[in-house]
Design a binder for this molecule. Sequence first.
Ligand code: TA6
Length: 278
Amino acid sequence: MIEFKCLENGFRYIEVTNTKANAKVALNGAHLFHYQRVGERELLWLSDISYFEDGKAIRGGIPICWPWFGFNKDDVSLSQHGFARTSLWEFKSSNETTDSTTLVFTLSDTKETLEVWNYKFSLELKIAISDTLTLELKTTNLDTKEFILTQALHTYFSILNISNVIVKGLDKKPYLDALSWQNMVQDGDIRFEREVDRVYQNIDNTITLVDIDREITIKNEGSSSVVVWNPWIEKTKRMSAMKEDAYTTMLCIESANAFDDARVLKPNESHTLKATIY
Ligand code: TA6
């Protein structure tokens, strides 16, 4: 079942219910902000003080960082993580069976996007909701000049406690430490006891988030970089729309094309970033 819903302030979202899962996607940012499998606790972390307003990023769920990840290298005054997450997307189509629902959203260049990023494009996000969650983000260059694309599906996972989780699958992988801007190599599994903000490279395998009560697997395609982020105590205090203890129950593992994994798209070329989570 697909229901079109609206908050009192006009903020629109789509709620999906099938025999395997329940999910909510906002038109602002084509942002999945709730996904729960039947009989399980919520998969995605969502701040209880998040904005739900058109033009503002939701804190939690899966923000779409596009067409740049992090700061814009050419103009650092532009919004971090690009404009897709704060743009109103168009709902294009849906496809339903009893145990699976697929929603398709699109975004195209406008006068406003051309002012900050001077390229014509089409962007399509396909979200398949079942006992597996799949997101496919397809970028097409509709311009006459090539562009560089960096992006991420900035997934916030809901965890029981940051001190008990382990991330597996990144042992021996090189990473850029975004706190010190040094190139490092991962030694063993990742455990958390301080702020972590890292862009791992050369990833061609699945990543597993091991929590006390469950394991979540993330498989990426069209991507060889993965960002792992937890703001810990001090940064959380400086973050917007996050309570002081928020860092204890969230962990971002982001399917990305970032830094060395940036993609160049020539006119009429497309690139698809796909994340499968189960
Ligand atoms: O992906 C990690 C990161 O780039 C961090 O450095 C952190 O600031 C985070 O994203 C959240 O960014 P935001 O713009 O949503 O506050």
